[in-house]
Design a protein around this ligand. Structure first.
Ligand code: ATP
Ligand code: MG
Length: 452
């Protein structure tokens, strides 16, 4: 074994490699598994590359009692399931030309693992590892892994022209791993960014989503605003958009990058942060003193964000929640139990959405000029009150009342739409502290204050 350290391959992977090799073929662990295992990161999906044609791999593995699914045979891939673990097994291949900057028109199966590694995107993803033969690393992936570098395999220009998605993948890996993008690779990313327009919305969404979720998203966003702007022109307009106000030290894009990085790493929070100020470029108005105003940017931005997410074919729930968060990101209520209960009520009782709104407001207020802390403190106070309110089990939706429509009917009320408005009135009274949330108190209150 080379003196490069060894990594633990899960038993299911060893079994697949052994079966293939006992049948006279060659097999290696490849791709993200090798990269992440060397980083000591959590277990990753295992991909195996082999010189066995896929039909042969399927036969050998089935004979070895693995179940086999023919998941991507046009590209030489089958999936073996061993002890509940799905392992992709792909025949060594080199990709042909790319017609649509994404799918190779053809794949050519090749003899040597080195040729298979050469088709891979980045050096850290182009290592092969074998339990006894050790590491095969013709492009210096291990060195780049240790140096924290994303470097294209081969000539970066050519590799991005073949498949533009690799540009976004590179930024996504930089965001996830905290790696710098090597100079020539970064230059080629900038130079070829326009070809990203040929990439399908679903793939763009997946990569941007994973990039936004990365621990190092701030650096990734700051490295490539132009690239992101190609797939999201709405975001491009924020880059360089000044904010001449006493509250800001960054332009809209840089401010946004900080807010994203300071937001919880959930899709709703990170996408909402990404879009929270997207309405600013269109709403910007500079007064005669040179000061900028952005009146209406929250509601305009919500529309822009929704349209962008529709275009990217984002999940409907994400689109809707981001719309709400962007629209409300400047909505501050007093830090009192009553106001917070009413805010929860306005959000249809969606506690997590309110938590996400407050987290966005905290991240947003924190990324402003030093000394501008009023809103930050207000949002922090609201968060404390929110948790207090939740701890006391106070009602903020009609469903949480100690009575329902049936109880009112049983107490002699006649059926009709006024039952709903009576329950609303009761909830109002409970939230204001005018009546206790108990069955007796509510029925008594209803009989005295609500009209039948
Ligand atoms: P993760 O699964 O964490 O996203 P990964 O490296 O496993 O990371 P996959 O998309 O699962 O990424 O791809 C597996 C491997 O296939 C990669 O490590 C890389 O070697 C290769 N690969 C994937 N997509 C491309 C591409 N567009 N161009 C070249 N090689 C690619
Ligand atoms: Mg993978």
């Amino acid at each position: 074994m080379e003196a490069t350290g060894c990594i633990a391959i899960p038993p299911a992977g060893i079994r697949v490699i052994d079966l293939l090799e006992q049948a006279g073929f060659e097999a290696w662990c490849v791709g993200g598994f090798v990269r992440d295992a060397f980083r000591g990161a959590a277990v990753h999906d295992l991909d195996i590359a082999t010189n066995a044609p896929w039909r042969e791999s399927a036969r050998v593995l089935r004979d070895g009692a693995c179940s086999v699914h023919e998941t991507g045979t046009a590209f030489g891939t089958i999936t073996a399931v061993v002890d509940g673990n799905a392992i992709e097994v792909t025949t060594f291949r080199s990709d042909g030309t790319y017609r649509d900057a994404r799918h190779p028109d053809s794949v050519t199966f090749v003899e040597a693992i080195e040729d298979d590694l050469a088709r891979r995107d980045f050096t850290v993803n182009a290592m092969a590892y074998h339990p006894t033969r050790g590491l095969r690393d013709p492009f210096g992936g291990k060195r780049d892994l240790e140096a924290g570098l994303i470097r294209a395999v081969g000539e970066p220009e050519k590799r991005f022209r073949e498949d533009a998605l690799r540009i976004l993948r590179g930024i996504r890996f930089a965001s996830q791993l905290g790696f710098k993008i090597e100079d020539a690779t970064l230059q080629a990313m900038h130079a070829n960014a326009a070809s990203l327009r040929a990439i399908s919305a679903e793939r763009v969404f997946t990569e941007i989503d994973r990039m936004l979720m990365g621990d190092h998203v701030l650096q990734a966003l700051l490295a490539c605003p132009d690239v992101i702007g190609q797939v999201l022109p709405e975001i491009a307009a924020m880059n360089g958009c000044p904010q001449n106000t006493p509250y800001h030290i960054y332009d809209v894009y840089e401010h946004t990058a900080h807010v994203v990085a300071d937001s919880p790493a959930t899709p709703v929070s990170r996408w909402a942060a990404f879009f929270h100020d997207v309405g600013k470029p269109v709403c910007r108005y500079t007064d005669s003193s040179g000061r900028d105003h952005f009146k209406g940017h929250a509601s305009q931005g919500a529309e822009i964000a929704r349209d962008a997410l529709v275009r990217l074919k984002a999940p409907v729930h994400l689109r809707d929640d981001v719309f709400t968060l962007v629209r409300l990101h400047e909505w501050f209520v007093p830090a009192t139990e009553q106001a917070v209960l009413r805010a929860l009520n306005k959000l249809d009782g969606r506690v997590e959405l309110y938590r996400a709104l407050l987290a966005l407001q905290i991240a947003d207020s924190g990324a402003k000029a030093p000394g501008v802390t009023e809103r930050l403190e207000a949002a922090q106070r609201m968060s404390i009150v929110l948790e207090q309110v939740l701890g006391q089990d106070l009602p903020f939706t009609v469903k949480q009342l100690a009575v329902n429509g049936g109880d009112l009917l049983a107490a002699g009320w006649v059926p009709g739409p006024h039952l709903g408005s009576t329950l609303d009135e009761l909830l109002d009274a409970v939230m204001d502290g005018r009546v206790q949330n108990t069955r007796e108190a509510l029925l008594e209150y209803a009989s005295r204050h609500c009209s039948i």
